[in-house]
Design a protein around this ligand. Structure first.
Ligand SMILES: [Zn+2]
Ligand SMILES: [Zn+2]
Length: 258
């Protein structure tokens, strides 16, 4: 019992230091894309994003439970009324991304869209499997789970989905390497939002320590880079140039000798 307690304490400290992650240099998106339609709302654990469409906004993820005041004040600061948000896309059913979803859905009245592999978890206030790939990950997995109110999604997708019906020039693709219900968003402006498929900051990007399957993750990254994004937004970490993600993929290929 004693050993377990110490392990959990160590894991808690590590998680907190990881969560607080001071972010390094971010790409100044306006220098790369003159017509950016993405706004990042930086959060402590997983960031929230807004995509400006022709008739309103699409929100991506809703952070942890209790994030509503922060999201609300960010919207106020941006001059966006909650009812201008017509859709919330959930990148996947991990609790750091959907803990705040119920409250944000109630605030905005927006529909919630997710991949078909996520609802069986989020409607029961459960998490999609969080598969640890190393010792630290297994340690962190011993921490008590984040509280996350159950949410019933309104729209469930299986394959590639056009965002045109929501006035957004872009599409959602399934990227199940991180978790079985993970999706990424590719916009025609040259912006890509990859959820937890990749994380980190410029010069320090990684696959993270929690993912279902490495081979699938590389396929997911290849699917994102095939769209030749100019900038890539991470849910955990910063914003990088698309070329950096392509180089990350390429270097892995070199290491594998393929
Ligand atoms: Zn995740
Ligand atoms: Zn996450």
């Amino acid at each position: 019992m004693k050993r377990k307690g110490i392990l959990i304490m160590v894991a808690a400290v590590l998680l907190l230091s990881a969560g607080c992650g001071s972010e390094g240099e971010e790409v100044d998106v306006s220098e790369v894309i003159s017509d950016s339609i993405v706004t990042k709302i930086p959060m402590k654990y997983s960031h929230v994003f807004l995509i400006r469409g022709s008739g309103g906004y699409v929100m991506v993820d809703a952070a942890t439970e209790g994030s509503l005041p922060e999201i609300e004040s960010a919207l106020t600061g941006l001059g966006i009324s909650p009812d201008e948000i017509g859709l919330i896309i959930l990148t996947h059913g991990h609790k750091d991304h959907y803990g705040g979803l119920k409250a944000v859905k109630e605030l905005t009245g927006a529909e919630v869209l997710c991949h078909e592999n996520a609802p069986s978890y989020i409607r029961k206030a459960e998490s999609e499997p969080v598969v640890a790939q190393n010792f630290l990950g297994r340690l962190l997995n011993r921490l008590p789970e984040l509280p996350s109110p159950a949410v019933e999604p309104d729209i469930v997708i299986r394959n590639e989905t056009d965002l045109a019906p929501w006035g957004v020039p872009g599409r959602i693709i399934s990227t199940p390497g991180h978790s079985i219900g993970s999706v990424s968003i590719l916009l025609e402006t040259g912006e890509a939002l990859v959820g937890d498929t990749v994380r980190g900051e410029s010069g320090k990007i990684s696959l993270g320590m929690f993912y279902e399957e490495e081979e699938q993750l590389w396929k997911d990254i290849a699917a994102v880079t095939a769209a030749e994004p100019k900038v890539v937004y991470f849910s955990h970490g910063g914003i990088i140039r698309g070329e950096e993600l392509a180089a990350f993929l390429e270097n892995r290929t070199v290491r594998q000798g393929l």
